[in-house]
Design a binder for this molecule. Structure first.
Ligand SMILES: Nc1ncnc2c1ncn2[C@@H]1O[C@H](COP(=O)(O)OP(=O)(O)OP(=O)(O)O)[C@@H](O)[C@H]1O
Ligand SMILES: [Mg+2]
Length: 234
């Protein structure tokens, strides 16, 4: 079995948090001890003098997680910018060691980890590393979240190409906000040669901001290939 999965996206705002949360909760429903992580968040809000990430809060809530925020989301930045730019604007340097330490601790503690990336694979996280390097260092296979919209075939295929060229294992793609018609799904599958793990329609009661997830976990258990995500194949 895998030790976890790294959920990346074809872009920002495509549904990484929704997909990561549903995967984590669906695996937890199978009886495993699951941990979640959002290594770096930007656009964090200040509540009672403390920076809080909406993604980390959502991921923790959907699995009923009790790990400390400092482990789940070791680096929180207020400006809603890419990490290195948010850090520069905040006048601080990103201490990536905090991420590795928190990850090791959580991986040791839990049977399965679900990590949400930041933006997409080519987002810099410090002076040297990109998100893709982070996933590789964590030795986690990828699930790629993609959103049905114009331009998404290009973004999704670029993400798959990038993953393959960097020796990242790709479990498959989850297509979010799928509208009528299956053409988008078949195009992505045909040109990426990567399995489509499942699709999600727009769901009224799903909101990362409001921390509500409607029936997304049941939807994943029914319609998304969770066993492929868990199974390690070499
Ligand atoms: N299937 C869905 N139905 C309804 N709303 C959705 C669905 N998927 C995502 N959303 C909403 O779309 C927005 C973007 O989703 P999400 O936050 O999961 O994207 P993300 O890739 O994690 O973004 P970020 O790059 O900011 O981390 C959120 O407001 C979320 O609540
Ligand atoms: Mg997110």
């Amino acid at each position: 079995m895998e030790k976890g999965v790294f959920v990346t996206g074809s872009d920002t705002g495509v549904g990484k948090t929704v997909v990561a949360g549903a995967i984590a909760a669906a695996i937890k429903a199978q009886g495993l001890d699951v941990g979640v992580m959002k290594p770096i968040s930007t656009g964090a809000s200040e509540i009672d003098g403390k920076l809080v990430s909406k993604d980390a809060r959502y991921l923790k809530k959907i699995i009923g997680g009790t790990d400390a925020d400092e482990l789940v989301n070791p680096i929180r930045l207020k400006p809603a910018l890419a990490p290195t730019m948010a850090a520069a604007e905040s006048g601080i340097a990103i201490d990536i060691d905090k991420v590795w330490k928190a990850f090791e601790e959580l991986k040791e503690k839990h049977e399965f980890m679900v990590i949400e990336g930041i933006g997409g694979l080519m987002v810099p996280v410090d002076d040297k590393l990109l998100v893709a390097d982070m996933a590789l260092k964590m030795d986690m296979a990828l699930v790629i979240a993609s959103k049905h919209s114009l331009g998404a075939i290009n973004h999704t295929l670029l993400t798959v190409e990038c993953a393959k060229s960097r020796n990242l294992r790709v479990k498959g793609i989850v297509i979010n906000m799928l509208k009528d018609g299956k053409d988008f799904v078949s195009e992505i599958e045909k040109y990426s040669s990567v399995p489509i793990l499942g699709t999600i329609p727009f769901k009224e009661n799903v909101s990362v901001e409001n921390c509500t997830y409607g029936d997304i976990v049941e939807h994943f258990r029914r319609e998304v290939n969770i066993s492929r995500i868990m199974r390690r194949e070499e």
